[in-house]
Ligand binder design. Structure first.
Ligand SMILES: [Zn+2]
Length: 232
C-alpha cells in the first residue's frame, strides 16, 4: 500500500509537472525531469567496473554470466525511491530513458560490456502490460541503446506466464515459480550473440536468471545483465 506521503507527492506531481521527480523542488529551465542536485547525489555503485560485485555474487553459480551490475543503491524513503516509483507507476517513462542514458554512459566505460550485440529488456506479461500501459524496462533499454549505439528489441523475449508476487516464497520456490515463464521468438536472430538484459530493480535475481537461462538455451553465446538499482 502506498504511504500517504507518496500519494501526496504523486498528486503534487500531477498538478505541477515541472518539479524534480526525485525531490519535488521546481526545475530550472536547463533541467529536465530531475534537478541537478538530485542527479549529482544519486547513490551510484560503480559496479560496472567490478566483475565481482553484489549482482554477480547474487547470481553466482546459478548460470553462466559474462557480467552483471546495478547502477544505483535503492533506499526506501530516499529520492531514488521517488524516481523509480514515478517511472513504474506514474507514466513517467522519460525517467526510464534518462536513467537508461546514465546507465549506458557507465557501461560504455567498462571493458566487461564492450562486446554486446543486442539489448533486451525484461518483458512484462501482456496482461500486466495492458494494465500499466508500458514496460518501464523497455524505456531504460532505449536509453542504454542510444548511448551505447547498440540496438534494442522487445520482440525476442516474451513473458508467457503472469507470475504472482514472489516476495513470500523462498529461493527454491522462486526458481520453480520462474520455470517456463519466458520464451524466445526468432531464435535464429540471437544465435551466437552477446545479449545485455536490462531490468529496473534487482530483487531476488530469479527473473533475470530465468530470462538469461532461456536466451542461452536458444543459442545466445553470452549474457550480461544491467539494472538501474539493487533492491534495498
Ligand atoms: Zn531534485
Amino acid at each position: 500500500m502506498l504511504s500517504l506521503k507518496q500519494s501526496a507527492s504523486d498528486l503534487i506531481g500531477l498538478l505541477f509537472p515541472n518539479l524534480c521527480n526525485a525531490c519535488g523542488t521546481p526545475l530550472v529551465q536547463s533541467e529536465h525531469l530531475v534537478c541537478t542536485k538530485c542527479l549529482y547525489d544519486l547513490p551510484f555503485t560503480d559496479d560496472h567496473l567490478h566483475r565481482e560485485n553484489r549482482a554477480a555474487k547474487q547470481l553466482w553459480g546459478r548460470l553462466s554470466l559474462n557480467a552483471a551490475m546495478a547502477m544505483l543503491y535503492f533506499r526506501k524513503g530516499a529520492k531514488i525511491q521517488n524516481l523509480i516509483h514515478n517511472l513504474k507507476y506514474n507514466n513517467k517513462t522519460e525517467i526510464g530513458i534518462l536513467l537508461g542514458e546514465l546507465l549506458g554512459d557507465k557501461l560504455k566505460l567498462s571493458p566487461l560490456y564492450e562486446s554486446i550485440d543486442l539489448i533486451i529488456p525484461v518483458p512484462l506479461h501482456k496482461k500486466k502490460l495492458s494494465q500499466r500501459g508500458y514496460n518501464q524496462s523497455a524505456y531504460i533499454a532505449q536509453g542504454v541503446s542510444k548511448k551505447m549505439a547498440i540496438p534494442f528489441s522487445e520482440q525476442y523475449l516474451i513473458r508467457c506466464v503472469n507470475t504472482s508476487s514472489q516476495t513470500r516464497k523462498n529461493r527454491y520456490n522462486r526458481y520453480e515459480n520462474m520455470q517456463h515463464v519466458f520464451k524466445v521468438n526468432h531464435a535464429q536472430d540471437i544465435l551466437n550473440k552477446h545479449i545485455l538484459i536490462i531490468d529496473d530493480v534487482i530483487t531476488t535475481g530469479a527473473t533475470l536468471e530465468a530470462c538469461a537461462h532461456e536466451l542461452l538455451l536458444s543459442g545466445a553465446s553470452h549474457i550480461s545483465i544491467a539494472a538501474l538499482a539493487y533492491a534495498e
